[in-house]
Design a protein around this ligand. Sequence first.
Ligand code: SF4
Ligand code: ZN
Length: 347
Amino acid sequence: MPAPQCATCHKARAALRRPRSGRALCGACFCAAFEAEVLHTVVAGRLLPSGAVVAVGASGGKDSTVLAHVLQVLAPRLGISLRLVAVDEGIGGYRDAALAAVRRQAARWELPLTVVAYADLFGGWTMDAVARSTAGSGRSRACCTFCGVLRRRALEEGARLVGATHIVTGHNADDMAETVLMNFLRGDAARLARGGGLGSPGEGGALPRCRPLQLASQKEVVLYAHFRRLDYFSEECVYAPEAFRGHARHLLKLLEAARPSAVLDLVHSAERLALAPAARPPAPGACSRCGALASRALCQACALLDGLNRGRPRLAIGKGRRGLDEAGPPRDGEPERAPAPDAVPAF
Ligand code: SF4
Ligand code: ZN
């Protein structure tokens, strides 16, 4: 049976059926609709004001690749300018290839690219060194949580370096739903409370962050990359398989099979969560060492580096004295989500 006609242009043959709406569209009309939806997310949410200098957290993975491309298309209408900021975590055999993809994107789209490295920012610590230091301590499985904290800080530093006024990250709806599930599974009310919305306004001197793809499903992000022929890096980080996020992802797939709206339902439920006064997290203050936003004396990054330097890696994330939790990597191995201090996807 021949493919139906595109439901939008009524000229070309449909190349896909949109997962969410079921509409049969040609590739060009799908991409135009996807871009229009991201534009609506940005404008309706007032995420990026005209004149903003936007640092795009670029990992070379599909989400940040699609985000950078869509924002580049939309930049003239939004009146924003873009900078790519990539983080080199120091993961042998993985990050080099991903960074090569970011460099190709920067050259192709003529966007300025800045790479910031953990080793330079954090006293020589790379993720490989952190993994070695935590191996056998029962904490090596939490590599992604350690990485998420450092990555959040690194992206902030990189964005400041390029004079950005705003930071955007490529988290999509599936990533957000996984994060909500993980926070539920950990009983982490404080992080659930902070996890809604499309970003954070930039408390405590931090740059405002947002996630323009937060309402786009992972399937549609992949379809967009396919139809726009985007060049991205799709291998998984070597530390990803151990992460708790993988279990949340598996659970989400099962839920989605039974209830196709499960992903967006979870994203929206996080936005609507209201906590009883006793469960509300305390107002964050400033880290006594670096001045970053912190809910304890030291911010997450300083507490982590402190532990590593003393030979007692610890991470004060999660509940109570357990003190260590696993956030896990985002989808394609891109560490875009970090836990606290604002407990949402990090990047
Ligand atoms: Fe970092 Fe992502 Fe690798 Fe985890 S999967 S260690 S978050 S780069
Ligand atoms: Zn600090």
